[in-house]
Design a protein around this ligand. Sequence first.
Ligand code: NAI
Ligand code: UGA
Length: 502
Amino acid sequence: MATVDSLPSGAVTPASERLSRPLDSIDIPHKQVKKICCIGAGYVGGPTCAVIAYKCPHITVTIVDLNQARIDAWNSDDLPIYEPGLDEVVKAVRGKNLFFSTDVDTAIKEADLIFVSVNTPTKKSGVGKGFAADLGYVESATRHIAKVAESDKIVVEKSTVPCRTAQSMRKILDSNGKPGARFDILSNPEFLAEGTAIRDLFAPDRVLIGSLDTVNGRAAAASLADVYGNWVPRKQVITMNLWSSELSKLAANALLAQRISSINALSAICEATGADVDEVSYAVGLDSRIGPKFLKASVGFGGSCFQKDILNLVYLSESLHLPDVAEYWRQVVEMNESQKRRFTQHIISSLFNTLTGKRLAVLGFAFKKDTGDTRESAAITLIKYFRQEQAKIAIYDPKVEESQIWYDLAEPGVVDDVTALKKQVTIASSAYEAAEGADAVVICTEWDEFRDTKLDYEKIYATMNKPAFIFDGRLILNQKKLEKIGFKVECIGRSRLEESFE
Ligand SMILES: NC(=O)C1=CN([C@@H]2O[C@H](COP(=O)(O)OP(=O)(O)OC[C@H]3O[C@@H](n4cnc5c(N)ncnc54)[C@H](O)[C@@H]3O)[C@@H](O)[C@H]2O)C=CC1
Ligand SMILES: O=C(O)[C@H]1O[C@H](OP(=O)(O)OP(=O)(O)OC[C@H]2O[C@@H](n3ccc(=O)[nH]c3=O)[C@H](O)[C@@H]2O)[C@H](O)[C@@H](O)[C@@H]1O
């Protein structure tokens, strides 16, 4: 098989050969990784490195964090993250070859390979405010490595970062590291989705490893590939240049989010014409060039990454003097905001043009099902809109902690907001409790337990004000079945013009 090195320039080869550097072709010696340190015990560092420990019993994995409470939780029976299958993985290996600690220095010193898996939020102030990624945590973790490391280390960017961040890390390491300690930097972006993290990590579509095209760079990539090789088929471990790898992560998230904004834009047309967005998704998804995934219309995408990573791409494009490109990607986020406004407007007009004093039962607060994560959840924005309309809101979510809901809804810096908030908002312990006396149920998260096959909607209907409305922001309900009970059902991407010629 041809490698990048052996290709004459301009040669045309199949994409898989042209774009990746097949690891089998590497015959240079490379180090076998025995000890791994992961800096950052969050949604990515925790599950990712727990799975590495689980799949590689011969490797010792230590996950470190500055946050003592988070580490204590990882060492307890009540893990800091809800993720199906995570408990079993952690319990199987914790204390054997998986350790959680705040002793960052020792873990760095002992490791052959260090994952940097810290947060990279959108900047809140300064140059690039609201768009650029705040790389402060990546820089501080990198400086920590430089200060403490006494031997050669492979340093792996696991965090999602702007293109060419590896260059900055390299400069910091080279100019601050101890003499005799060499650092090889790799990009290894993570593609897991919350709620399916363990499944995604056990059987990833691909593992991406970016490295410099040097002997040391390739050897480092081969060392990391060996780690994944313990359970991921070699052909799914793709190697490429560092900058392609960094950009591929932003590109993947941007394209996924773009599909959701595209189907949500179509949902608005469906509502105005009598087309049904689920039928449209199904029809276009059967085209093998388009495919069926990520075409579910919704109240809008949430989660810690889609918006952040697209805004990061917008900022990168602007920095590169590509305003049209920046505008193109900005529109994906704008469409997402528009979907939330449109859904709210539909609720207001259906409820006779006022929400003042009306009771809304919000079912679901997490940004998607099977996670307790609420970062950028559409529910937060919708509830803020409902509050502005003076509605009374009862929220139920099966996994989100009550304290997290109050934290997300409070307006930072607004005096007495919590008192005002608690006059308008209550947190219920079940969907039934939330819906009692409500004028409308609003489905914000697609939890399975909200489906009409799981919840007793007749019981809910009996306790609600009439007419009793349901607004299905996730398209999980059988509209006809609920209408038979007596509900007025309004769904994203569907209208009452259905099948009528009038
Ligand atoms: N959440 C997700 O599903 C995914 C996230 N990512 C990316 O992975 C990165 C991490 O994301 P999350 O795990 O969600 O963030 P997180 O906020 O849950 O975890 C980051 C952790 O890093 C710790 N930390 C920060 N600086 C540190 C330092 N200098 N030393 C030790 N610990 C430090 C923080 O205390 C925190 O616990 C981000 O760049 C994100 O974009 C990528 C794929 C999926
Ligand atoms: O970089 C990241 O953080 C991760 O971001 C997403 O994962 P995640 O945000 O955890 O969850 P998704 O399943 O992508 O859902 C994101 C949002 O889009 C919504 N969504 C998803 C799919 C769909 O068809 N419609 C839709 O509205 C979800 O409800 C959710 O609010 C990507 O899917 C992961 O590959 C990536 O690693």
